[in-house]
Design a binder for this molecule. Structure first.
Ligand code: ZN
Ligand code: ZN
Ligand code: ZN
Length: 283
């Protein structure tokens, strides 16, 4: 399984275009991995996690066209994870000859997306047969804590501790004995998620965790560096991470997090690693 990070920033990107704080200024000076776009990830060439606002720029900058994407797992409807205009821009009416896109989301996320779409982007519902034809898309509403098949992948959704009422989901994706957990956005993982890990006896090669805030900042409804450290330890202690498994942080905010080299050095000392835009992992 090959995983490409298309974006690794929190909602406001890093550097934040309107911000002159020390973290943003240093990131501008350093460039490279310190320049982060809003979070999304590509698995192999055909599975996208989050139809995020920056995926077009990511595809251009990191040389990874998305023409083979057949499936999208949507975590939740927050604007830093879902830009519905991409459904129009990849449609036949915009000159794109693409494969059918199977779009998976919770019922709550689907409903919010449908409301936004008909309000701002088109005069038909995202859930109408017309949408399937116009957008070359199939909508699938999924429930948490049960396996479902997505092409060659076995996927499970877990309820996120984030955005109450929006049906926010985290996902595990397995293929050929390799398993990845995408844990963004969420505050501390819910006990029912840890319970499900044990019940299904999952063992991950790779765990990707939400890391909005930095060292010694309170996590509140977002994970901070200290909480990522605790999660990485618990994942190892409980055998949910394979012995050679890796934990990567994503969704990095300019508030409290230093530019990439400094944050990566901190992470290495504390049992996890920090993703950056364009990073490719093969597991
Ligand atoms: Zn977010
Ligand atoms: Zn800033
Ligand atoms: Zn969110």
């Amino acid at each position: 399984m090959r995983l490409t990070f298309l974006g690794t920033a929190a909602a406001n990107a890093f550097p934040e275009a309107f911000c002159r704080c020390q973290n943003c200024e240093q990131a501008r000076t350093l460039g490279g991995p310190s320049l982060r776009k809003r979070s999304a990830v590509l698995i192999n060439k055909d599975l996208l996690v989050d139809l995020g606002p920056d995926i077009m720029a990511s595809a251009q900058i990191h040389g990874c066209p998305l023409d083979k994407v057949r499936y999208c797992l949507q975590t939740h409807p927050h604007a830093d994870h879902l830009d519905l205009s991409h459904l129009l821009s990849r449609s036949p009416a915009f000159g794109v000859v693409a494969l059918v896109l199977h779009f998976y989301a919770s019922p709550e996320t689907t409903q919010r997306a449908a409301t936004t779409f008909v309000r701002d982007l088109a005069d038909y519902s995202l859930l109408a047969p017309e949408a399937e034809k116009e957008l070359n898309v199939r909508m699938h509403q999924i429930n948490p804590l049960e396996y479902f098949s997505v092409g060659s992948y076995s996927v499970m959704a877990f309820p996120a501790n984030h955005a109450p009422g929006m049906g926010a989901m985290l996902y595990s994706v397995e293929e050929n004995g390799c398993a990845v957990f995408y844990g963004a956005d969420t505050a501390t993982l819910l006990e029912e998620t840890w319970e499900a890990f044990r019940r299904y006896n999952v063992q991950f090669d790779l765990v990707i965790l939400y890391h909005t805030y930095g060292k010694d900042q309170p996590g509140t409804d977002h994970l901070s560096a200290n909480e990522v450290v605790e999660h990485a330890k618990r994942l190892r202690d409980e055998g949910i991470l394979k012995p050679d498994g890796r934990v990567f942080a994503t969704h990095i905010a300019h508030e409290g997090n230093p530019p990439h080299p400094e944050l990566a050095a901190y992470a290495r000392q504390h049992g996890y690693e920090v993703a950056f835009d364009g990073l490719i992992l093969t597991i």
